[in-house]
Design a protein around this ligand. Structure first.
Ligand code: DON
Length: 302
């Protein structure tokens, strides 16, 4: 067994016993997750895989999708046009904050909080909702390396209960910051959050960002290399929400979390790391995931 594989197994054994945290029950379907699920995957930019735990267990990507949709909006509109609509300032506020629109520009502060993510999603190009969704799924396919599907019960659950996101979208509509049909934009946002992945898929996606936008397993380009820096920058400064500063200090890697329990981190030019475990802290970040990355990263020599 390689040293890295042995290390992952020891991290897994250590943190499996910790059962602090809460499931994301504000989306009722996510409350059905098994709190014991726990997986760690590493995919290197030369295509090697190291993994332990429930690596094949699928879960919805949730907010981690925001990273990839931001990349797609950059490709659709270019840096300057996108920056006019969505800023790149960390907020220090929770992901679902209602108030994060800049006083003057009325832009949401960044594309990782929900306001910025909904605005970003509303900019995805396509002739009607089906074409926009298909373009989005095709983009995810390139990162993951196989076709991806939407978890319909999670999508419906979030669509039925996502009143806070509807309020955020209405606020932005009021200020003229999103100009499409907001129900369509919200549906696409809920759909992107409901894309199913497993921990290995997530590590491949992170490794694709580490590998300048080329999937290291399929060798297919998922995003132009020129936009990878933009994506990693917002992950680094905003990806962990109101924990982003402490995260940068403790882990020092661009990362993104989602409320179903996934966290992915990018080691540029080296590897993608993903951890999945659905018990969350007060910031909405996986507790076992944060621990593995905070403490494990000091000893993981990818
Ligand atoms: O908008 C929401 O509430 C969810 N679909 C996504 C939130 C999320 O994953 C936040 N990340 N930790």
């Amino acid at each position: 067994m390689s040293e890295l594989q042995a290390l992952l197994e020891s991290l897994h054994q250590t943190y499996q016993q910790q059962d602090a945290g809460q499931l994301a029950c504000y989306i009722p379907e996510l409350c059905k997750a098994d709190p014991n699920w726990f997986a760690i995957s590493i995919v290197t930019t030369d295509g090697q895989t190291f993994q332990v735990g429930n690596c094949q267990q699928t879960f919805t990507i949730q907010s981690i999708s925001k990273v990839f949709v931001y990349g797609m909006a950059l490709a659709d509109h270019g840096r300057d046009a996108l920056l006019a609509k969505v800023g790149v300032e960390p907020t220090g506020d929770p992901f679902n904050s209602l108030i994060r629109l800049d006083e003057d520009s009325k832009r949401p502060d960044n594309p990782m909080i929900n306001a910025g993510a909904i605005a970003t999603t509303s900019l995805i190009q396509g002739n009607g909702p089906t074409e926009r969704l298909n373009r989005l799924l095709e983009m995810f396919r390139r990162y993951v390396g196989h076709e991806v599907f939407i978890d319909m019960p999670v999508f419906m659950s979030e669509r039925d209960t996502g009143h806070r996101n509807r309020a955020i979208a209405h606020l932005m509509l009021n200020f003229g910051m999103i100009d499409k049909n907001i129900d369509e934009a919200l549906d696409l946002y809920f759909q992107q959050c409901s894309v199913l992945v497993n921990c290995h898929d997530l590590a491949v996606m992170a490794a694709t960002l580490a590998h300048k936008g080329i999937n290291p397993i399929t060798q297919e380009r998922a995003v132009e290399s020129g936009y990878v820096k933009d994506i990693l920058s917002v992950m680094y400064t905003c990806g962990m929400y109101d924990f982003a500063g402490e995260w940068a200090y403790k882990v020092g890697l661009p990362a993104k979390s989602g409320v179903s329990g996934g966290i992915m981190a990018v080691v540029p030019n080296r590897a993608g790391i993903a951890v999945f475990s659905p018990l969350l802290d007060e910031y909405g970040n996986s507790i076992r995931g944060s621990r593995v990355l905070e403490l494990g990263i000091r000893v993981i020599q990818v």
